[in-house]
Write a protein that binds this ligand. Structure first.
Ligand SMILES: Nc1ncnc2c1ncn2[C@@H]1O[C@H](COP(=O)(O)OP(=O)(O)OP(=O)(O)O)[C@@H](O)[C@H]1O
Length: 234
């Protein structure tokens, strides 16, 4: 499959005057213009229902903009064929808000699933990855047996198993305690220091503040259907 390379400094994700309305609904996001540079670390924040998850879905071509354009790795998502969407999905790892595990598969199999779907061998990398997120001793457990923090770390491992360039994480610290939130943040910071582009949607202002000494971040705030700010300050 032909992979389109991003030129140095070209945005990995770009929105140009992008809008989105759910079918039959009022416009939810309007006139959003944004460039996500390779290797950057973004927080996406805003009130519940503002459209954070929706914006992330536009960023991995789960949804198509109803106005304006979304460009992923230099390709306009409106004209991407199935192969191009599949390629983009291997380059963007997603941590879903509800983790989306298959409960009848072990944690090891859930984490390895993207490899299996791609027909790639499951090698020692899986063990290394589970060790990295601190779940070596839980790999044979099933999703309902995991704590919230363990689930979030397993979801992060699954998101990065294909070595994506970009990680989009939707409330990766929702419903977990502060110490575990710090551990998840640390993993995201480590990924960013490895050169990955990271985008985290969160309500958790304390988490954003905790990240500040560790990594250079850009904060995107959505309210009233628009990006109200894009900067370093809250
Ligand atoms: N599939 C859908 N069909 C119709 N409306 C939807 C759909 N998904 C989300 N919405 C609505 O769009 C709005 C934005 O939802 P979204 O999940 O993007 O917000 P959010 O900022 O991520 O919220 P939260 O912080 O509570 O997770 C909400 O009013 C939601 O009810």
């Amino acid at each position: 499959m032909r992979r389109i390379r991003v030129k140095d400094e070209q945005a990995v994700i770009e929105l140009r005057d992008t809008s989105y309305s759910y079918r039959g609904g009022e416009p939810l996001l309007q006139g959003m213009t944004l460039q996500v540079a390779p290797g950057s670390f973004h927080f996406l924040t805003g009130p519940s229902g503002a459209g954070k998850s929706t914006l992330l879905k536009l960023m991995y071509a789960e949804l198509q903009a109803t106005g304006g354009a979304v460009t992923l790795f230099g390709q306009d998502s409106r004209v991407m064929d199935r192969n191009a969407v599949a390629d983009v999905r291997t380059r963007i790892g997603v941590v879903h808000q509800d983790c989306q595990f298959l409960d009848h598969l072990s944690i090891a199999d859930n984490v390895a699933l993207p490899l299996m779907v791609q027909g790639k061998p499951v090698g020692s990398d899986l063990h290394d990855l589970l060790a990295w997120v601190g779940l070596s001793d839980r790999m044979h457990a099933f999703p309902p047996e995991l704590s919230g923090g363990e689930r979030q770390r397993a979801a992060l491992a699954r998101a990065v198993i294909l070595s994506p360039d970009v990680i989009l994480a939707d409330e990766p610290t929702g419903n977990i305690d502060w110490d575990m939130s710090q551990r998840v943040l640390q993993l995201l910071v480590e990924l960013n220091k490895m050169g990955k582009t990271v985008m985290v949607a969160t309500h958790d202002i304390a988490l954003i503040r905790a990240a500040k000494p560790q990594v250079s971040t850009r904060i995107l705030r959505i309210s009233n259907k628009r990006l109200q700010s894009a900067g370093a300050e809250l």
